[in-house]
Design a protein around this ligand. Structure first.
Ligand code: DGJ
Length: 735
């Protein structure tokens, strides 16, 4: 059993040979955390790890003892995981162990996205009940350890068994106590078109946090926090990754205490949050996933990638090869009609594209972003014969039709807004802030969710739409739930997310054959919560190949390539004006879910030939690109080139890409040490698209990893061309 309970020591040990989490009921009944991380022998007691014999807190502030559910106000002055206000207004809790249950499998989280198992042997779950006597609050800590994965999922269920109303002020999904030692904090931050760049810094006394209060996880911060040793590299060293399976407001925080202990927590932020728990009611926090590795950042990413690709993403498209698509947005924006789309589609089909995505602009009278969100009726000026006809015509060309939608929004200039102005979020008596000339619908209201389900079901049932891009282009301002009483407004943001998840659940369940892609002005809600409904997301609105190096590099710390849509667009690039070679744009976009975002009618014959080759190459290696192990080799920060690779699970094939960012007059003899290969195998190394002058060479896996792949000026390519923004691709095949 991967979870053992030592009755004599009152210790609970979650173990699977890859990591351990050891909890212990302290003498006063509180649930302590003795160890998290490296796998330990489950046959032993670890009581001695509770640094000092537990005698209470009266004279010991900032004690390094670890707790599974730290609370505030009882002598542990560090960041708490749980703050609940009782009927007397006090927030002190005395959570004593009551019971625990160990069972195979993993239960689903009510109304929330979560990781899952497909059979009871894939994981074991323990539920530990803790009870606060005076308030009759029961806290159930739910911990799941997965078989064969260095990961534990955690959530909390709060149940009010008393007679009085309680108010939850803080309810973290996970709290992690680490003993004294040095840690670096790694988070992923950015902005619109600059998402998830990695930021790493030593944790110093005090707190370091990232979060969102915008009603979505946001472009600005990823809902995750990594704690790694200062010496941890991509390949070596210890680290933890804690990632939240949620798409709304969040807090991820680490605190270094006075006596050297570190606590990390992740979950719903306390700002703007207060949840009333009436007698008999329960509240479930979102789920957090904790991964541990002694094999560096790469080890943490491997665990998260596999778990998120295999047991967070779900549905028929989880394991299917994802189609190469052409998206209309950067090609024609709002300026299209049936015939123009068909011409584009014809050109795209000729290139080998498999799916044509009609982006924004097909409904209401949407010729710009000033109007029509909410009016989900085909614009017959542009598409006189409707979507059904368009889909049929596309199918005639051998293409599937995909469609852009933005369900959560309404334009003030729309029929929907004229009919239901109260459905838009806002505080009565106050002006609403517009952003991109649009407002957000109040999805905490069931009638709004019902309406949207009906509107989209109608569209999707009546045209053969095979893919849906679900966009969300602004954040919530003037948060207020018109149907919530004044003293429950603190529930609004989370209720909005619950309603949004419910709409996702209904539409993905009703249309299981449709491939859903999430989007939020690019990667403004690219998070594990969304992955539970849509197996892929639009990584960023920035399609420039050089910008994308940093965005995809950062994103890959948490998310697998099977979740990251990446497109080749026209030059000069629409976001930064940069001109990069077509080959480079493809070389970067290959490492993701490949597509194009341009008008194929305007390509030269040479470009068409090149794109045909690119698509054929991607389709040939699609399995490797979409499901292979992604290995980060050279970070695109502070140097002149970047490199990464994908390796097949049997290590018999791999594709390596190196992108030169800036060229220099004198090149150094350079070698790129690869990783993840089989050192005992011999690989045929070929360059793509043009074979290197020396032709195919044979290299041992040991050499490729220890000495490296020869880059300029020797070895393939012998005569590396001059110029910035060049790309090289090597295909490795075991012989
Ligand atoms: C933002 C998305 O990220 C873009 O790809 C595009 O779909 C536009 N919205 C359309 O309004």
């Amino acid at each position: 059993m991967p979870i053992t309970w030592r009755d004599a020591d009152r210790e609970l040990h979650l173990h699977n040979g890859l990591l351990s989490l050891v909890l212990r009921v302290h003498e006063n009944g509180w649930l302590g955390q003795l160890h998290a991380g490296a796998p330990l022998d489950p046959g032993r007691s670890y009581a001695h790890l509770a640094a000092l014999p537990f005698t209470g807190f009266s004279n010991r502030l900032d004690d390094p003892l670890g707790f599974a559910v730290p609370t505030a106000g009882s002598g542990d002055f560090r960041i708490p995981a749980l703050v609940v206000e009782g009927p007397d207004g006090a927030t002190v809790l005395d959570l004593a162990y009551v019971a625990h249950r160990i069972a195979p499998g993993k239960p689903a989280l009510d109304g929330l996205p979560s990781t899952y198992v497909e059979g009871p042997d894939e994981a074991t779950t323990v539920e530990v009940d803790l009870r606060d006597g005076p308030t009759a609050l029961t806290v159930t800590l739910v911990l799941t350890i997965f078989e064969g994965r260095a990961a534990i999922a955690r959530s909390m269920r709060l149940a009010n068994h008393g007679r009085d109303r309680l108010v939850i002020r803080t309810a973290m999904s996970a709290s992690l106590d680490l003993p004294a030692g040095e840690w670096d904090v790694l988070t992923f931050s950015g902005a619109w078109a600059r998402e998830r760049h990695p930021y790493r810094s030593p944790l110093v006394p005090g707190r370091r946090s990232v979060g969102s209060l915008r009603g979505a996880s946001g472009h600005q911060q990823d809902p995750s926090i990594f704690l790694v040793r200062p010496e941890t590299t991509e390949e070596h060293g210890e680290g933890f990754a804690v990632s939240l399976v949620y798409s709304g407001n969040f807090l991820a925080e680490a605190e270094l205490g006075a006596r050297g202990a570190t606590r990390a927590r992740i979950g719903l932020p306390s700002e703007g949050f207060a949840w009333t728990l009436l007698p008999g009611a329960t509240f479930t926090t979102p789920e957090a996933v904790m991964a541990w590795s002694n094999e560096g950042l790469g080890g943490l990413s491997d665990t998260l990638h596999d778990l998120y690709r295999e047991r967070l993403a779900r549905g028929r498209w989880r394991d299917r090869p994802r189609p190469v698509l052409l998206n209309s947005w950067e090609g024609v924006y709002y300026d299209f009609d049936h015939d123009r789309l068909l011409e584009m589609a014809r050109a795209a089909a000729d290139l080998g594209v498999e799916l044509f995505v009609l982006d924004d602009g097909w409904f209401g009278e949407r010729d710009s972003d000033t109007t029509s969100l909410g009016d989900w009726i085909v614009d017959h000026r542009k598409l006189p014969d409707g979507l059904g006809r368009l889909a049929a015509d596309m199918e005639g060309l051998g293409l599937s039709l995909g469609l852009w939608i933005e369900p959560e929004m309404v334009s003030p200039v729309s029929r929907l807004f004229a009919e239901h102005p109260d459905w838009a979020i806002g505080v009565p008596g106050r002006a609403r802030t517009e952003s991109r000339q649009q407002l957000v619908l109040d999805l905490s209201r069931p009638e709004v969710v019902d309406h949207l389900e009906g509107a989209f079901a109608e569209i999707l049932a009546n045209a053969s739409v095979r893919y849906v891009k679900w966009d969300m282009n602004r954040n919530i301002t003037e948060p207020y739930g018109a149907t919530l009483p004044p003293d429950r407004q603190g529930e609004f943001f989370h209720r909005y997310m619950l309603g949004t998840y419910e709409l996702w659940r209904r539409l993905t369940t009703r249309f299981p054959e449709i491939l859903f892609e999430s989007c939020a002005g690019g990667g403004g809600r690219f998070d594990p919560g969304m992955l539970a409904y849509a197996p892929q997301g639009w990584t960023s609105d920035d399609t420039d190949a050089i910008e994308r190096l940093a965005i995809q590099w950062g994103t890959s710390h948490v998310y697998p390539l099977s979740s990251m849509a990446a497109h080749v667009s026209a030059v000069p690039n629409h976001q930064v004006g940069r001109v990069t070679p077509l080959a480079t744009r493809a070389a970067v976009a290959f490492f993701g879910l490949f597509g194009y975002e341009l008008d194929p009618r305007h390509l030269s014959a040479d470009e068409r030939a090149e794109i045909r080759d690119q698509i054929a190459f991607y389709r040939r290696h699609r399995e490797l690109f979409q499901r292979g192990r992604f290995v980060r080799l050279r970070a695109p920060f502070g140097r002149d080139d970047a490199a990464w690779m994908v390796v097949a699970s049997d290590r018999r094939s791999a594709i390596v890409a190196r992108i030169r960012i800036l060229d220099r007059p004198v090149r150094v003899t350079d070698r790129l040490q690869l990783r993840g290969l089989d050192p005992g195998l011999s690989y045929a190394v070929e360059t793509w698209p043009a074979p290197s002058p020396g032709g195919r060479v044979r290299r041992g896996g040991d050499l490729l990893q220890s000495v490296g792949l020869g880059l300029e000026p020797s070895d393939p390519p012998e005569q590396a061309p001059r110029g910035d923004f060049r790309a090289w691709i090597w295909v490795l095949t075991a012989e």
